[in-house]
Design a protein around this ligand. Sequence first.
Ligand code: MG
Length: 277
Amino acid sequence: MSKIQIKTESQILKMRAAGLVVAAGLDAMCAAVTPGITTAEIDAIGRDVLTANGAKSNFLNYGTQWGITPFPGVACVSPNEVVVHGMPGARALHEGDIVSIDFGAIVDGWHGDAARTVAVGTTTPEAESLIEVTRTSLWAGVAAMWTGAQVSDIGHEIEQFIKTQGRYGIVRDATGHGIGSRMHMDPDVPNYGHPGRGPKLVPGMTLAVEPMVTLGTWRTAELDDDWTMVTTDSSWAAHWENTIAICKDGLWVLTEPDGGAAELARLDVPLASLATR
Ligand code: MG
């Protein structure tokens, strides 16, 4: 029996409400990224957006259930060699750094989760390419939610796209995931692998797709703080994520302000009619 939660249209509409809060928070936090800002100051902007929208955080205190250090922020703020799960704190960003911001929200019991990577001021062409390759690989994975048949088709398309772009590391120690009435649900959505495996992609499924890509190794290590995931060779990493719903007549990218309309049109994937009702 499948453990995958299939949502009704009204439940997807509630997830869209959460997704719009996530999008607003990411917009505000990314806009604030300038040399000198600390990761804690970025997190504080995310907190304000949650409060202003009457939303709750699905990141804050995450981990309590496993007896590890409760996550202290509403956003994971991950500069340079930090792949994901950067803890907001005193670290200041510098001109030329890159930073990934991963943010989530709960509205009415339904979850949204997304991430973006931006440069701090002007960065190197290599780092710019890393950000853009990772962003575009996310959309390759999103498209596979419509053109593919099974969950592993998503990661396969992500990996194939990245391989056409140059020598990059594709992180294996963290994956995308099902999302709905909880943030992390079945199924896992790896960012690499063979096609034609795993659960069938069906309407009502909502997934968080989130490629993590590096300029060096795919290998990662976790710091003693229980959270911070870094590349083992200190190469820089980027992370992009969206929460996406499969509807019967198309996709709806719940954590993009336009529902994914522009990128889905580029990819020749239909936007769900539910998005425009
Ligand atoms: Mg996620």
